[in-house]
Design a protein. Structure first.
Length: 94
């Protein structure tokens, strides 16, 4: 499972701009909000390439950062963020 920066920020209970600011201060993101060291951090972050066709502008390309599942705990450690508590599962209770 991967999350975009907005969903990752929401998971930590902060906003996307705050998450980006913290990640930039730590040197994890560059000025384009992409991983500064994509090879070093490949276990935790990845660059998602996207494209679409626009009728007047032609082919459009984009890149965005995705946080992999192991990257959630790693980011919490890197940025000194607290992980939210895991909700208790009551499905097994009769």
């Amino acid at each position: 499972m991967e999350r975009n920066l907005k969903d990752t920020a929401r998971y930590f209970g902060i906003t996307r701009p705050v998450l980006i600011k913290l990640m930039r201060e730590k040197g994890l993101l560059n000025n384009c909000n992409l991983p500064t060291y994509p090879n070093r951090d490949r276990e935790y972050l990845r660059i998602k390439d996207g494209n679409w066709y626009h009728e007047t502008a032609g082919m459009q390309y984009s890149q965005s950062t995705r946080v992999k599942q192991p990257g959630i705990r790693w980011l919490a450690e890197q940025l000194c963020l607290e992980l939210p508590e895991i909700p208790v599962d009551h499905r097994g209770v009769a």
